[in-house]
Design a protein around this ligand. Structure first.
Ligand code: GLN
Length: 461
Protein backbone atom coordinates (compact mmCIF):
# COMPACT_ATOMS: atom_id res chain seq x y z
CA UNK A 1 0.00 0.00 0.00
CA UNK A 2 2.91 2.38 0.53
CA UNK A 3 3.20 2.32 -3.28
CA UNK A 4 0.21 4.62 -3.26
CA UNK A 5 2.22 7.14 -1.27
CA UNK A 6 5.06 7.01 -3.79
CA UNK A 7 2.76 8.61 -6.37
CA UNK A 8 2.07 12.31 -6.74
CA UNK A 9 -1.28 12.80 -5.08
CA UNK A 10 -3.20 13.43 -8.33
CA UNK A 11 -2.26 9.96 -9.45
CA UNK A 12 -2.90 8.44 -6.03
CA UNK A 13 -6.34 10.03 -5.94
CA UNK A 14 -7.18 8.60 -9.34
CA UNK A 15 -6.29 5.11 -8.15
CA UNK A 16 -7.61 4.98 -4.60
CA UNK A 17 -10.44 6.13 -2.39
CA UNK A 18 -9.97 8.58 0.48
CA UNK A 19 -10.43 5.65 2.85
CA UNK A 20 -7.61 3.71 1.17
CA UNK A 21 -5.30 6.74 1.24
CA UNK A 22 -5.96 7.24 4.91
CA UNK A 23 -5.30 3.55 5.67
CA UNK A 24 -2.06 3.57 3.64
CA UNK A 25 -0.85 6.69 5.41
CA UNK A 26 -1.70 5.39 8.89
CA UNK A 27 0.02 2.07 8.17
CA UNK A 28 3.17 3.86 7.01
CA UNK A 29 3.15 6.11 10.10
CA UNK A 30 2.70 3.10 12.42
CA UNK A 31 5.57 1.27 10.75
CA UNK A 32 8.07 4.14 10.45
CA UNK A 33 7.34 6.60 13.23
CA UNK A 34 8.84 4.55 16.07
CA UNK A 35 12.16 4.75 14.23
CA UNK A 36 11.99 8.28 12.75
CA UNK A 37 10.02 10.23 15.41
CA UNK A 38 8.43 12.51 12.81
CA UNK A 39 4.97 12.73 14.44
CA UNK A 40 4.19 13.93 17.96
CA UNK A 41 0.43 13.24 17.56
CA UNK A 42 -1.34 11.06 15.02
CA UNK A 43 -5.01 11.54 14.12
CA UNK A 44 -6.75 8.17 14.21
CA UNK A 45 -10.17 9.48 13.31
CA UNK A 46 -11.04 12.51 11.26
CA UNK A 47 -12.37 12.37 7.76
CA UNK A 48 -10.95 10.65 4.73
CA UNK A 49 -9.21 12.59 2.01
CA UNK A 50 -5.66 13.61 1.20
CA UNK A 51 -3.60 13.31 4.40
CA UNK A 52 -1.56 16.41 5.24
CA UNK A 53 0.76 16.58 8.26
CA UNK A 54 1.02 19.85 10.20
CA UNK A 55 3.99 21.13 12.18
CA UNK A 56 3.17 21.21 15.87
CA UNK A 57 3.49 25.00 16.14
CA UNK A 58 0.37 25.46 13.97
CA UNK A 59 -2.83 25.11 15.95
CA UNK A 60 -5.54 22.51 15.37
CA UNK A 61 -8.64 21.85 17.45
CA UNK A 62 -8.49 18.05 17.26
CA UNK A 63 -4.95 17.54 18.58
CA UNK A 64 -2.65 19.25 21.08
CA UNK A 65 -0.21 21.97 19.94
CA UNK A 66 3.03 21.66 21.89
CA UNK A 67 5.67 23.53 19.82
CA UNK A 68 7.81 20.59 21.07
CA UNK A 69 8.07 22.47 24.37
CA UNK A 70 7.27 21.38 27.90
CA UNK A 71 5.88 24.82 28.61
CA UNK A 72 2.80 24.20 26.48
CA UNK A 73 2.09 20.83 28.07
CA UNK A 74 -0.96 19.37 26.36
CA UNK A 75 -2.32 22.75 25.27
CA UNK A 76 -5.27 22.45 22.91
CA UNK A 77 -6.36 25.34 20.73
CA UNK A 78 -10.02 26.37 20.61
CA UNK A 79 -9.64 27.17 16.88
CA UNK A 80 -7.93 25.85 13.73
CA UNK A 81 -5.17 27.94 12.14
CA UNK A 82 -6.49 29.56 8.95
CA UNK A 83 -4.35 27.38 6.61
CA UNK A 84 -5.53 24.27 8.46
CA UNK A 85 -9.16 25.34 8.10
CA UNK A 86 -8.57 25.95 4.39
CA UNK A 87 -7.01 22.51 3.96
CA UNK A 88 -10.01 20.88 5.60
CA UNK A 89 -12.37 22.94 3.43
CA UNK A 90 -10.50 21.62 0.39
CA UNK A 91 -11.09 18.01 1.39
CA UNK A 92 -7.74 17.32 3.06
CA UNK A 93 -7.42 15.39 6.29
CA UNK A 94 -4.98 16.49 8.98
CA UNK A 95 -2.94 13.32 9.50
CA UNK A 96 -1.07 14.45 12.60
CA UNK A 97 1.22 17.02 14.17
CA UNK A 98 4.92 16.87 13.45
CA UNK A 99 8.08 17.16 15.50
CA UNK A 100 10.18 20.36 15.47
CA UNK A 101 12.90 22.20 17.31
CA UNK A 102 11.27 23.78 20.36
CA UNK A 103 9.35 26.87 19.18
CA UNK A 104 10.96 26.36 15.72
CA UNK A 105 14.37 27.43 17.05
CA UNK A 106 16.96 25.24 15.40
CA UNK A 107 18.23 23.57 12.26
CA UNK A 108 18.21 19.89 13.21
CA UNK A 109 15.05 19.02 15.24
CA UNK A 110 17.42 18.02 18.05
CA UNK A 111 16.05 20.86 20.25
CA UNK A 112 12.70 19.08 20.62
CA UNK A 113 11.51 18.27 24.13
CA UNK A 114 10.33 14.95 22.65
CA UNK A 115 13.62 13.74 21.18
CA UNK A 116 15.09 14.27 17.73
CA UNK A 117 13.46 13.28 14.47
CA UNK A 118 15.71 11.17 12.26
CA UNK A 119 16.69 11.39 8.62
CA UNK A 120 15.11 8.53 6.61
CA UNK A 121 18.16 8.38 4.30
CA UNK A 122 20.39 7.65 7.32
CA UNK A 123 18.72 7.54 10.74
CA UNK A 124 22.00 8.39 12.48
CA UNK A 125 21.78 11.83 10.87
CA UNK A 126 19.55 14.86 11.46
CA UNK A 127 16.66 15.61 9.10
CA UNK A 128 17.36 19.35 9.38
CA UNK A 129 15.03 21.72 11.14
CA UNK A 130 13.12 23.20 12.51
CA UNK A 131 10.33 21.56 10.44
CA UNK A 132 12.24 18.25 10.56
CA UNK A 133 9.20 16.12 11.37
CA UNK A 134 7.27 17.51 8.39
CA UNK A 135 10.18 16.86 6.00
CA UNK A 136 10.66 13.31 7.33
CA UNK A 137 6.93 12.56 7.08
CA UNK A 138 6.91 13.48 3.37
CA UNK A 139 10.33 12.03 2.48
CA UNK A 140 9.55 8.67 4.12
CA UNK A 141 6.21 8.55 2.29
CA UNK A 142 4.06 8.67 5.42
CA UNK A 143 1.97 11.53 3.96
CA UNK A 144 1.97 13.23 0.55
CA UNK A 145 2.32 16.74 1.96
CA UNK A 146 3.02 18.72 5.11
CA UNK A 147 2.91 22.26 6.43
CA UNK A 148 5.97 23.68 8.13
CA UNK A 149 6.97 27.13 9.26
CA UNK A 150 9.87 29.34 8.23
CA UNK A 151 11.63 32.07 10.10
CA UNK A 152 15.09 31.63 8.58
CA UNK A 153 14.93 28.45 6.52
CA UNK A 154 13.00 25.92 8.58
CA UNK A 155 11.07 24.53 5.62
CA UNK A 156 13.71 24.66 2.88
CA UNK A 157 16.63 23.41 4.97
CA UNK A 158 14.96 20.19 6.23
CA UNK A 159 13.35 19.65 2.80
CA UNK A 160 16.88 19.83 1.33
CA UNK A 161 18.37 17.44 3.85
CA UNK A 162 15.54 14.94 3.33
CA UNK A 163 15.38 15.16 -0.48
CA UNK A 164 11.93 16.72 -0.91
CA UNK A 165 10.46 19.99 -2.22
CA UNK A 166 10.16 22.88 0.26
CA UNK A 167 8.54 26.25 -0.42
CA UNK A 168 8.71 29.44 1.60
CA UNK A 169 6.19 31.76 -0.03
CA UNK A 170 6.32 35.57 -0.04
CA UNK A 171 5.92 37.10 3.44
CA UNK A 172 2.17 37.60 3.88
CA UNK A 173 1.12 35.15 1.15
CA UNK A 174 -0.24 32.59 3.65
CA UNK A 175 -2.09 33.67 6.77
CA UNK A 176 -0.12 33.37 10.01
CA UNK A 177 -3.32 33.20 12.06
CA UNK A 178 -2.78 30.15 14.25
CA UNK A 179 0.98 29.90 13.73
CA UNK A 180 2.68 30.33 17.10
CA UNK A 181 4.83 33.44 16.58
CA UNK A 182 8.64 33.30 16.62
CA UNK A 183 9.93 36.30 14.62
CA UNK A 184 6.83 38.10 13.42
CA UNK A 185 8.54 40.14 10.68
CA UNK A 186 10.07 37.00 9.14
CA UNK A 187 7.65 34.14 9.98
CA UNK A 188 5.78 32.46 7.17
CA UNK A 189 4.05 29.10 6.78
CA UNK A 190 5.65 26.88 4.14
CA UNK A 191 4.83 23.69 2.26
CA UNK A 192 6.69 20.38 1.89
CA UNK A 193 5.82 17.84 -0.83
CA UNK A 194 7.50 15.23 -3.03
CA UNK A 195 6.87 17.13 -6.26
CA UNK A 196 6.54 20.70 -7.45
CA UNK A 197 3.01 20.21 -8.77
CA UNK A 198 1.73 19.04 -5.39
CA UNK A 199 3.36 22.07 -3.79
CA UNK A 200 1.74 24.46 -6.29
CA UNK A 201 -1.65 22.83 -5.74
CA UNK A 202 -1.40 23.12 -2.00
CA UNK A 203 -0.36 26.77 -2.12
CA UNK A 204 -3.46 27.46 -4.22
CA UNK A 205 -5.60 25.95 -1.45
CA UNK A 206 -4.17 27.91 1.47
CA UNK A 207 -2.85 31.24 0.08
CA UNK A 208 -4.82 34.46 0.21
CA UNK A 209 -5.85 37.33 2.39
CA UNK A 210 -7.16 36.60 5.87
CA UNK A 211 -8.84 39.34 7.92
CA UNK A 212 -7.51 37.57 11.04
CA UNK A 213 -3.88 38.32 10.06
CA UNK A 214 -3.27 42.01 9.45
CA UNK A 215 0.05 41.24 7.72
CA UNK A 216 -1.52 38.87 5.20
CA UNK A 217 -1.31 40.22 1.66
CA UNK A 218 -4.27 41.53 -0.33
CA UNK A 219 -2.78 40.38 -3.66
CA UNK A 220 -5.03 38.03 -5.61
CA UNK A 221 -4.13 34.33 -5.43
CA UNK A 222 -2.44 33.25 -8.65
CA UNK A 223 -3.07 30.11 -10.70
CA UNK A 224 0.08 28.42 -9.47
CA UNK A 225 -0.04 25.42 -11.81
CA UNK A 226 -0.72 27.41 -14.99
CA UNK A 227 2.91 27.65 -16.19
CA UNK A 228 4.32 24.42 -14.79
CA UNK A 229 5.18 23.02 -18.20
CA UNK A 230 6.29 26.27 -19.84
CA UNK A 231 10.04 25.50 -19.55
CA UNK A 232 12.89 27.93 -18.90
CA UNK A 233 13.92 29.07 -22.40
CA UNK A 234 15.01 32.70 -22.27
CA UNK A 235 14.52 33.04 -18.50
CA UNK A 236 17.41 34.69 -16.68
CA UNK A 237 18.95 33.02 -13.63
CA UNK A 238 21.48 34.91 -11.50
CA UNK A 239 24.08 32.91 -9.60
CA UNK A 240 24.76 34.76 -6.33
CA UNK A 241 28.49 35.39 -6.54
CA UNK A 242 29.12 35.95 -2.82
CA UNK A 243 27.31 32.72 -1.93
CA UNK A 244 28.95 30.39 -4.41
CA UNK A 245 32.42 31.81 -3.79
CA UNK A 246 32.48 29.81 -0.55
CA UNK A 247 31.44 26.50 -2.07
CA UNK A 248 33.69 23.58 -2.67
CA UNK A 249 33.70 19.82 -3.09
CA UNK A 250 30.58 17.87 -3.87
CA UNK A 251 28.13 20.73 -3.10
CA UNK A 252 29.91 22.91 -5.68
CA UNK A 253 29.99 20.10 -8.27
CA UNK A 254 26.31 19.39 -7.70
CA UNK A 255 25.45 23.08 -8.05
CA UNK A 256 27.39 23.29 -11.34
CA UNK A 257 25.48 20.23 -12.61
CA UNK A 258 22.20 21.99 -11.75
CA UNK A 259 23.27 25.06 -13.75
CA UNK A 260 23.99 22.79 -16.72
CA UNK A 261 20.46 21.36 -16.52
CA UNK A 262 18.94 24.85 -16.65
CA UNK A 263 21.27 25.91 -19.45
CA UNK A 264 20.23 22.81 -21.38
CA UNK A 265 16.65 24.09 -21.30
CA UNK A 266 17.68 27.41 -22.83
CA UNK A 267 17.97 29.42 -19.61
CA UNK A 268 20.40 32.31 -19.47
CA UNK A 269 22.78 31.96 -16.51
CA UNK A 270 24.87 34.86 -15.27
CA UNK A 271 26.69 35.81 -12.09
CA UNK A 272 25.18 38.62 -10.04
CA UNK A 273 26.33 40.30 -6.88
CA UNK A 274 24.30 40.64 -3.67
CA UNK A 275 26.95 42.43 -1.61
CA UNK A 276 25.18 42.44 1.79
CA UNK A 277 24.29 38.74 1.69
CA UNK A 278 27.25 37.89 3.91
CA UNK A 279 25.60 39.80 6.78
CA UNK A 280 22.35 37.84 6.59
CA UNK A 281 23.11 35.35 9.36
CA UNK A 282 24.26 38.07 11.76
CA UNK A 283 21.22 40.26 11.20
CA UNK A 284 18.84 37.30 11.15
CA UNK A 285 19.93 36.11 14.59
CA UNK A 286 19.53 39.62 16.04
CA UNK A 287 16.13 40.34 14.51
CA UNK A 288 14.58 36.88 14.94
CA UNK A 289 15.75 36.55 18.54
CA UNK A 290 14.72 40.10 19.45
CA UNK A 291 11.22 39.43 18.13
CA UNK A 292 11.18 36.01 19.80
CA UNK A 293 12.02 37.50 23.19
CA UNK A 294 8.90 39.66 22.91
CA UNK A 295 6.66 36.94 21.42
CA UNK A 296 7.60 34.33 24.01
CA UNK A 297 6.77 36.61 26.94
CA UNK A 298 3.19 35.36 26.62
CA UNK A 299 4.28 31.97 28.00
CA UNK A 300 4.13 33.05 31.60
CA UNK A 301 2.75 30.07 33.49
CA UNK A 302 -0.64 31.76 33.73
CA UNK A 303 -2.37 31.76 30.39
CA UNK A 304 -1.17 28.53 28.82
CA UNK A 305 0.32 25.18 29.67
CA UNK A 306 2.82 24.44 32.38
CA UNK A 307 2.72 26.16 35.78
CA UNK A 308 5.38 25.37 38.35
CA UNK A 309 4.21 23.88 41.70
CA UNK A 310 7.21 25.40 43.41
CA UNK A 311 6.10 29.00 42.94
CA UNK A 312 4.93 30.87 46.03
CA UNK A 313 4.36 34.33 44.56
CA UNK A 314 3.35 35.82 41.22
CA UNK A 315 6.94 36.63 40.44
CA UNK A 316 7.97 33.06 41.17
CA UNK A 317 5.17 31.75 38.94
CA UNK A 318 6.85 33.53 36.04
CA UNK A 319 10.39 32.58 36.97
CA UNK A 320 9.82 28.95 37.91
CA UNK A 321 7.33 28.14 35.16
CA UNK A 322 9.54 29.60 32.45
CA UNK A 323 12.67 28.11 34.02
CA UNK A 324 11.14 24.62 34.08
CA UNK A 325 9.20 24.87 30.83
CA UNK A 326 11.68 26.24 28.29
CA UNK A 327 14.65 24.28 26.96
CA UNK A 328 18.22 25.60 26.81
CA UNK A 329 18.16 26.83 23.21
CA UNK A 330 14.94 28.80 23.77
CA UNK A 331 16.42 30.36 26.90
CA UNK A 332 19.55 31.29 24.93
CA UNK A 333 17.40 33.01 22.27
CA UNK A 334 15.35 34.92 24.85
CA UNK A 335 18.51 36.18 26.53
CA UNK A 336 20.20 37.17 23.26
CA UNK A 337 17.04 38.88 22.01
CA UNK A 338 16.38 40.72 25.26
CA UNK A 339 19.98 41.95 25.29
CA UNK A 340 19.76 43.17 21.68
CA UNK A 341 16.68 45.23 22.58
CA UNK A 342 17.92 46.56 25.90
CA UNK A 343 18.42 50.23 26.59
CA UNK A 344 21.89 51.33 25.54
CA UNK A 345 22.30 48.41 23.12
CA UNK A 346 19.20 48.80 20.95
CA UNK A 347 20.86 51.14 18.44
CA UNK A 348 24.03 49.09 18.29
CA UNK A 349 22.25 45.79 17.60
CA UNK A 350 18.58 45.86 16.63
CA UNK A 351 18.67 49.30 14.98
CA UNK A 352 21.78 48.43 13.02
CA UNK A 353 20.47 45.04 11.99
CA UNK A 354 17.34 46.74 10.59
CA UNK A 355 19.53 49.17 8.63
CA UNK A 356 21.55 46.35 7.10
CA UNK A 357 18.32 44.50 6.38
CA UNK A 358 17.19 47.51 4.30
CA UNK A 359 20.50 47.39 2.43
CA UNK A 360 20.03 43.66 1.78
CA UNK A 361 16.57 44.36 0.38
CA UNK A 362 18.00 47.01 -1.94
CA UNK A 363 20.71 44.58 -3.10
CA UNK A 364 18.08 41.97 -3.95
CA UNK A 365 15.99 44.55 -5.83
CA UNK A 366 19.04 45.48 -7.88
CA UNK A 367 19.81 41.82 -8.63
CA UNK A 368 16.20 41.18 -9.71
CA UNK A 369 16.37 44.13 -12.09
CA UNK A 370 18.87 42.00 -14.04
CA UNK A 371 17.41 38.52 -13.72
CA UNK A 372 14.17 36.63 -13.07
CA UNK A 373 15.57 34.25 -10.46
CA UNK A 374 18.51 33.89 -8.09
CA UNK A 375 20.25 30.59 -7.43
CA UNK A 376 22.28 29.10 -4.58
CA UNK A 377 22.48 25.63 -3.09
CA UNK A 378 19.85 25.31 -0.35
CA UNK A 379 22.36 24.23 2.29
CA UNK A 380 26.15 24.34 2.56
CA UNK A 381 26.37 20.59 3.25
CA UNK A 382 24.22 17.45 3.34
CA UNK A 383 22.66 16.07 6.55
CA UNK A 384 25.10 15.97 9.47
CA UNK A 385 25.27 13.30 12.20
CA UNK A 386 22.99 13.69 15.22
CA UNK A 387 24.99 15.44 17.96
CA UNK A 388 27.59 16.96 15.60
CA UNK A 389 26.59 20.59 16.24
CA UNK A 390 24.63 20.57 19.50
CA UNK A 391 27.59 21.93 21.47
CA UNK A 392 28.39 24.63 18.93
CA UNK A 393 25.41 26.96 18.41
CA UNK A 394 27.27 29.11 15.87
CA UNK A 395 27.99 26.09 13.65
CA UNK A 396 24.30 25.17 13.90
CA UNK A 397 23.24 28.75 13.03
CA UNK A 398 25.40 28.67 9.90
CA UNK A 399 23.15 25.94 8.44
CA UNK A 400 20.82 28.80 7.41
CA UNK A 401 23.43 30.77 5.50
CA UNK A 402 21.68 30.40 2.13
CA UNK A 403 18.07 30.39 3.34
CA UNK A 404 17.84 33.28 5.85
CA UNK A 405 18.28 36.06 3.23
CA UNK A 406 14.89 35.29 1.60
CA UNK A 407 13.14 35.59 4.99
CA UNK A 408 14.77 38.93 5.76
CA UNK A 409 13.81 40.29 2.34
CA UNK A 410 10.37 38.63 2.29
CA UNK A 411 10.75 36.98 -1.12
CA UNK A 412 9.62 33.46 -2.03
CA UNK A 413 12.15 30.65 -2.41
CA UNK A 414 11.95 26.96 -3.19
CA UNK A 415 14.26 24.06 -2.38
CA UNK A 416 14.30 21.28 -4.94
CA UNK A 417 16.19 17.96 -4.89
CA UNK A 418 19.33 18.19 -7.05
CA UNK A 419 20.94 14.78 -6.55
CA UNK A 420 22.98 12.93 -3.97
CA UNK A 421 26.29 13.21 -2.16
CA UNK A 422 28.98 10.52 -2.18
CA UNK A 423 27.29 9.00 0.89
CA UNK A 424 23.98 9.04 -0.95
CA UNK A 425 22.52 11.88 1.09
CA UNK A 426 20.19 14.34 -0.67
CA UNK A 427 21.48 17.65 -2.04
CA UNK A 428 19.26 20.57 -3.04
CA UNK A 429 19.05 23.59 -5.31
CA UNK A 430 17.47 26.84 -4.07
CA UNK A 431 15.64 29.12 -6.50
CA UNK A 432 14.55 32.58 -5.28
CA UNK A 433 12.26 35.01 -7.12
CA UNK A 434 10.84 38.52 -6.59
CA UNK A 435 7.89 39.06 -4.23
CA UNK A 436 4.70 37.24 -5.28
CA UNK A 437 6.37 35.48 -8.25
CA UNK A 438 5.54 32.01 -6.90
CA UNK A 439 3.99 31.02 -10.21
CA UNK A 440 7.27 31.66 -12.02
CA UNK A 441 9.16 29.88 -9.25
CA UNK A 442 7.05 26.75 -9.77
CA UNK A 443 7.64 26.97 -13.53
CA UNK A 444 11.42 26.98 -13.10
CA UNK A 445 11.40 24.33 -10.37
CA UNK A 446 9.10 22.05 -12.34
CA UNK A 447 11.38 22.24 -15.37
CA UNK A 448 14.30 21.19 -13.18
CA UNK A 449 12.30 18.38 -11.59
CA UNK A 450 11.10 17.04 -14.94
CA UNK A 451 14.65 16.97 -16.30
CA UNK A 452 16.18 15.30 -13.25
CA UNK A 453 13.44 13.24 -11.56
CA UNK A 454 15.35 12.86 -8.29
CA UNK A 455 12.06 12.78 -6.40
CA UNK A 456 11.29 9.33 -7.76
CA UNK A 457 13.84 7.71 -5.49
CA UNK A 458 12.39 7.07 -2.03
CA UNK A 459 14.66 6.65 1.00
CA UNK A 460 15.52 3.05 2.00
CA UNK A 461 13.53 3.00 5.29
N1 GLN B 1 17.44 27.63 12.05
C1 GLN B 1 16.95 28.98 12.19
C2 GLN B 1 16.84 29.31 13.65
O1 GLN B 1 17.23 28.52 14.42
C3 GLN B 1 15.67 29.14 11.46
C4 GLN B 1 14.53 28.57 12.18
C5 GLN B 1 13.24 28.76 11.47
O2 GLN B 1 13.22 29.08 10.27
N2 GLN B 1 12.16 28.63 12.21
O3 GLN B 1 16.37 30.34 14.03
Amino acid sequence: MTDLLNLPWHEAKAQASGEELRAASLAAIDRLNPKLNAFLHVARNGGDGMPVAVKDNIVTTDMPTTCASRILGDFRSPFDATPVARLRANGCRIAGKTNLDEFAMGSSTEHSAFGPARNPWDPSRVPGGSSGGSAVAVAARMVPAALGSETGGSVRQPAALCGVVGLKPTYGRISRNGLVAFGSSVDQIGIITKTVRECADLLGMIAGHDPLDSTSAMNAVDDYTADLDAGVRGLRFGVVREAVAQLDGEVRANFDDALAVLRGGGAVIEEVSVPAIGYAIAIYYIIANAEASANLSRFDGIRYGHRSDRAKSLREVYFESRGEGFGDEVKRRIMLGTFALSSGYYDAYYGRAQAVRAKLRADFDAAFSRCDFLLTPTTPEPAFPIGAKTDDPLAMYLSDIFTAPANLVGIPAIAIPSGFSRDHLPLSLQIMSPHFAERALFRAANFFERETNYWREAPPA
